[in-house]
Design a protein around this ligand. Structure first.
Ligand SMILES: [Zn+2]
Length: 250
């Protein structure tokens, strides 16, 4: 007995091998079987005419503000994206105290065309530090997973204020950024649902342990699926034996 069976879908597993028709059985929150499944499940989803694939990770999004008013993460979720990373190009909403929020909003308005009025209306500002921002994201209902970098622009504005927009950072500014970010980052925390680790880059170039965990996991995953894809590419017309009774799409 599975918890869920997704039946009749066309599977594109991301390994590079041809798509194929099969059912997917899920038990305990994990894929337990792929193939033609004759067992019952508590819930059956008919995916006939649909693609069944792993969730896509979007490594560069600007959901930092939107997460507070859009629980399902549109339009990323409509494209099959199940995990997003925020802050990748240096813009984020933390660190920043509420009294200075117009400064970081100005960053997002200039670079990403997000209206400050929308951010004013949609965000209940409850943080100053980056970990506090992650906590706020953690408390927010979410339909997809979120991870975050602390944006350099926010850190720069946090340290330099208005000067951040037209002045070069001096050595005192730089050491304040380094000091504040190092202090704020211990320990790295998750901003995700249910338990994806946060990804945080320190200005020194040292990555947090959370980041290396992601690296290790994705490394293992890639290697495993690359092996399967290689096995498949040797005889591309054949569905591998580890997927019993699946039918090939021609
Ligand atoms: Zn960007």
């Amino acid at each position: 007995m599975y918890d869920i069976i997704i039946r009749n879908g066309t599977i594109v597993d991301g390994s590079g091998m041809p798509r194929f028709r099969a059912d997917v059985g899920i038990a305990g929150g994990k894929i337990a079987a792929i193939g033609r499944l004759h067992e019952n499940a508590r819930e059956t989803i008919d995916a006939d005419g649909h693609i069944v694939s792993p969730g896509i990770i979007d490594a560069h999004t600007h959901m930092d503000a939107q997460v507070f008013w859009d629980p399902i993460g549109t339009c990323s979720c409509w494209h099959g994206i199940t995990s997003v990373v925020m802050g990748n190009c240096g813009f984020s909403l933390a660190p920043c105290a509420e009294k200075d929020k117009l400064l970081v909003m100005r960053n997002l308005e200039r670079a990403e065309d997000i209206a400050p009025e929308a951010m004013e209306a949609g965000i209940k500002w409850s943080w100053e530090t980056f970990p506090q921002y992650l906590d706020a994201v953690e408390r927010t209902p979410k339909g997809i997973n979120y991870a975050a970098y602390m944006g350099h622009s926010a850190l720069r504005t946090y340290v330099m204020g208005e000067r951040a927009f037209d002045s070069e950072a001096n050595s005192e500014d730089l050491s304040a950024m380094k000091r504040k970010s190092a202090r704020r980052f211990a320990p790295a925390r998750s901003a995700s649902r249910p338990r994806a680790p946060a990804t945080i880059r320190r200005p020194t170039g040292i990555r947090s342990r959370a980041v290396s965990r992601i690296g290790t996991r994705s490394g293992n995953w890639s290697a495993r699926w690359a092996r399967k894809a290689r096995a498949c590419s040797r005889s591309p017309a054949k569905i591998p034996a580890w997927i019993p009774n699946a039918s090939r799409i021609t």
